[in-house]
Structure formats: C-alpha cells, structure tokens
Design a protein around this ligand. Structure first.
Ligand SMILES: [Zn+2]
Length: 237
C-alpha cells in the first residue's frame, strides 16, 4: 500500500457513475489536497428519461459530468468516447485507460467492479463490468509494463507507471467504508448536476441518504453516519 496519496485516477463507464458511487469520497480527497482525475469511457448517450433529442445527449451529459466534477474539486476529466451500452473489454480500451494512468501517474485507481454483484444487480451494468475489467488490466500489467503498448512511450512519451492500490466500486464484497457524512451535501449537488439523469427523482437527497446510511450500517459506523463503500486491493510494485 502507498505511504502517501497525491494523485488518484477514477475510471468509470458512464457520466454519473462516479457521483452515485464515490463523489463523497472524492470531495474528501480533494479537500485534503489530493489531485483527482476522471476517465470516463462513454458519454452516456444511451441514458436519460426525457424526450431530449438523442444527438444532444452526449453533449449534455459531458457538460453535466464536468459540472458535477467541479462541485467535488475535480477539473481533469477525460472522455474516451466509447459507445454507451456497447462497451467490451478490448485491447483498445485497455490501451486508452493505460494512457490515462501513465499521464496522471496515480498512487490509487478507483474503478468499477469487474465482478457481478448479485446483491445490487444494477451496479453490474455490462459496461461497468467491461470497464472494470479493462481498467484492472490497465493497472496490471499494461500501465506498468514498458513493453505493453510500446507506442505510448514511443509516440507520446508516456513512461510506465505502477499503481500500488485499487479501490473497487460496486464490488460484491466491500471491505472498506468511507465516512462521507461531512461531504453529503456536495455529493447531492454533484448528482443534481446530472439533470438528464436525476431531475425526475422525487426526493434525490432522501434516496441517497438512505443508501449511504445502509452502507454505514453495513460497515459498522455509528448511528447517523453515511458511507460509501469499496473493495480495496494492494497491487505489489
Ligand atoms: Zn453506469
């Protein structure tokens, strides 16, 4: 495990995944001086509930995600442009995520679970599983192996980088609970920035609070606290 965390890369499949899963945690990190960058595989162009013209959806969702990121102190947001609903584990996706790891040089990568969660099935959207698997392959071994995707070094000057720790969102067996009671309002504000996704909820703060309170209870936190939860794994250097 790393001694000090200076930079974190968060990898996700869709705009809003990070805000549902980890925005409270991210807000705590950035408040503590950690630089956080986002890498999002799709523009979420297959999402939304209203009659917004489909061709406007990726533009809207990129803007929503950038606004949500700003709420929790994140300015570095990269979209990979894969088609929403059709992401698979390819060498192209592994290379594109490895490129972001080598650019950001994070001590920690937060990623969606490549394992299906039978308790919370919607967490295991096929795009999430694919991005999680590709991101894990990018962490180990692609980003750290100078002979993997040699064009990243030859053409772009991106040296190998070893990520020592991963945090997994939506994992079947979470083992780490982050108290996000103090950043709850920021998380809700970040979620509300995703207007096309969350404006239809009657009581978004109440729903989110209920979920986070259940997480906290599962993690053994004191009554009244709120938590986001992860599976944490060290990756030997
Ligand atoms: Zn998603």
């Amino acid at each position: 495990m790393p001694d000090q965390i200076e930079r974190v890369l968060v990898v996700a499949a869709h705009p809003d995944d990070i805000d549902f899963g980890a925005a409270g945690t991210v807000a705590g990190w950035t408040a503590g001086g950690v630089e956080v960058a986002y890498c999002i595989a799709t523009y979420g162009d297959a999402g939304g509930f209203d009659d917004t013209p489909r061709e406007q959806m990726p533009v809207l969702r990129e803007a929503e995600q950038r606004a949500a990121a700003k709420v929790v102190g994140v300015d570095d947001v990269t979209f990979l442009g894969y088609p929403d609903g059709a992401v698979t584990v390819t060498l192209d996706l592994r290379r594109d995520i490895a490129r972001q790891i080598r650019r950001v040089r994070p001590q920690r990568v937060l990623l969606p679970s490549p394992e299906r969660n039978w308790v919370r099935v919607p967490a295991s959207h096929p795009d999430h599983l694919a991005v999680g698997e590709a991101a894990m392959c990018a962490v180990y071994p692609d980003a750290r192996n100078p002979f993997a995707f040699p064009e990243l070094l030859a053409d772009e000057g991106l040296d190998a980088w070893s990520v020592p720790e991963v945090w997994v969102m939506g994992a079947p067996h979470p083992d780490h609970y982050v108290d996000v009671t103090d950043t709850f309002e920021l998380k809700v504000a970040a979620l509300q920035a995703h207007v096309t996704q969350t404006a239809h909820f009657d009581d978004l703060p109440g729903r989110v609070r209920g979920q986070l309170a259940a997480n906290a209870a599962a993690g053994g936190l004191p009554e009244g606290r709120l938590a986001e939860m992860y599976r944490v794994a060290g990756v030997p250097i």
